[in-house]
Design a protein around this ligand. Structure first.
Ligand code: NDP
Ligand code: GDR
Length: 365
């Protein structure tokens, strides 16, 4: 029997890498969309690369961009995928305040471009669609825990763009009978999480401080609460949603919430350091309880114009209909991330990177 074909946008991101591994293990032919970059951007999927000259290649990368509808339509026409997972996005909430228009183009209209391509190519009876929706949709807290029936109140240009993507996915399902599904995923992390998201920024800093490469971690709001799970577990839920006879919308979460402060404390505890907090507001400092060294400081630049204060998800529907539950505990997640960043930091400390190039302006002199 021919392999099922999946097209993954955002294949080079955290979730794209975990989902590619999962689908390849299940025998899929995986096609990933990567965008053109002046430097390599495939580090997370390089281990899946197969020499295209070999027989039975099942992992393919194609250039494309969520802002380029004709290229996306051409790819879908060529591949005729059984399943499309739309994971591509300008996914950083803070950055979306700096780049609201691009975020809307890639995250909101980009989703429409994919759905419209499926419709125009008359693939709606063949191609199932998964949209990477987000707990950021809930935004301003209305009720907790948040479930599929909790009202949305997005608090950033990112979340507003994702609100459009959520509803256009529902609309194409209702209007054209598409198998189009929203996974409303709460925060999920891993050792390959982007380095500027809170968890990875913290575990990387903890490791680099431990290895003597840095001295201090600068962060913003310590009080925000998030429901943090492991990306490896969460991509399984994506796959399960798409396998259901009927499309739908599902919350995927652990049901536990912790503050940014608690995440920082847990990460430092992994290397045997206890944080003693003193001061308040932007003058607050987290010191090493044993030595007094300042390890955590507050930088107002990392506060957002509008914050999402509290996220805690109710994944009852996913558990009952998909049989999905998270496997990784919070402490195991933190341990895995710190261990991975420690290995990298110790390697860098032992083998410093090659000396940087002279400034280019001097190179010609
Ligand atoms: P990442 O930021 O790690 O990955 C985003 C991916 O999208 C990358 O492959 C990136 O490419 C690609 N991308 C960005 N802009 C474009 C564009 N214009 N055209 C094509 N590709 C583009 O995100 P995650 O893997 O963490 O998240 C996956 C999806 O799930 C995103 O849509 C995110 O918004 C959503 N989400 C994530 C959650 C989480 O906690 N991780 C929770 C809920 C939803 P490049 O590698 O070149 O940057
Ligand atoms: P989030 O993730 O905004 O929830 O979006 P992020 O890790 O960026 O922030 C989590 C919380 O930590 C606070 N915070 C900081 N955040 C960052 N990045 N850097 C800091 O220095 C810092 N200090 C405090 C933030 O204010 C916030 O409250 C992620 C993304 O993956 C989205 O794409 C996804 O939709 C949601 O999770 C669910």
């Amino acid at each position: 029997m021919a392999s099922r074909k999946a097209l993954i946008t955002g294949v080079t991101g955290q979730d794209g890498a975990y989902l590619s591994e999962l689908l390849l293990a299940k025998g899929y032919e995986v096609h990933g969309v990567k965008r053109r970059s002046s430097s390599f951007n495939t580090a997370r999927v390089d281990h899946l690369y197969q020499d295209p000259h070999e027989a039975n290649v099942r992992f393919h990368l194609h250039y494309g961009d969520m802002t380029d509808g004709s290229a996306l339509t051409r790819l879908i026409a060529e591949i005729e995928p059984d399943e499309i997972y739309n994971l591509a996005a300008q996914s950083h909430v803070a950055v979306s305040f700096e780049m609201p228009e691009y975020t809307a183009n890639a995250d909101a209209v980009g989703t429409l471009r994919l759905l419209e391509a499926i419709r125009q190519l008359r693939l709606q009876d063949r191609t199932r669609f998964y949209q990477a929706s987000t707990s950021e949709l809930y935004g301003l807290v209305q009720a907790v825990p948040q479930s599929e029936t909790t009202p949305f109140h997005p608090r950033s240009p990112y979340a507003v763009a994702k609100l459009y993507a959520y509803w256009i996915t529902v609309n194409y399902r209702e209007a054209y009978g598409m198998h189009a599904t929203n996974g409303i995923l709460f925060n999920h992390e891993s050792p390959i999480r982007g380095e500027t998201f809170l968890t990875r920024k913290v575990t990387r800093a903890v490791a680099r401080i431990e290895a003597g490469l840095e001295t201090c971690l600068w962060v913003g709001n310590l009080e925000a609460k998030r429901d943090w799970g492991h990306a490896r577990d969460f991509v399984e839920a994506m796959y399960l949603m798409v396998q259901q006879d009927m499309p739908g919308d599902y919350v995927v979460a652990t049901g536990e919430t912790r503050t940014v402060r608690q995440f920082i404390e847990a990460a430092f505890a992994e290397v045997g350091r206890r944080i003693a907090w003193e001061g308040a507001g932007t003058d607050e400092v987290g010191r090493d309880a044993a030595t007094g060294a300042p390890l955590v400081r507050i930088d107002p630049r990392f506060f957002r114009p509008a914050e999402v204060d509290l996220l805690i998800g109710d994944a009852t529907k996913a558990r009952e209909r998909l049989g999905w539950t998270p496997r990784t505990s919070f402490s195991d997640l933190v341990r895995e991330m710190v261990a991975s960043d420690l290995a990298a930091a110790r390697h860098e400390a032992a083998y410093p990177p090659a000396p940087t190039l002279r400034p280019l302006s001097q190179a010609a002199e």
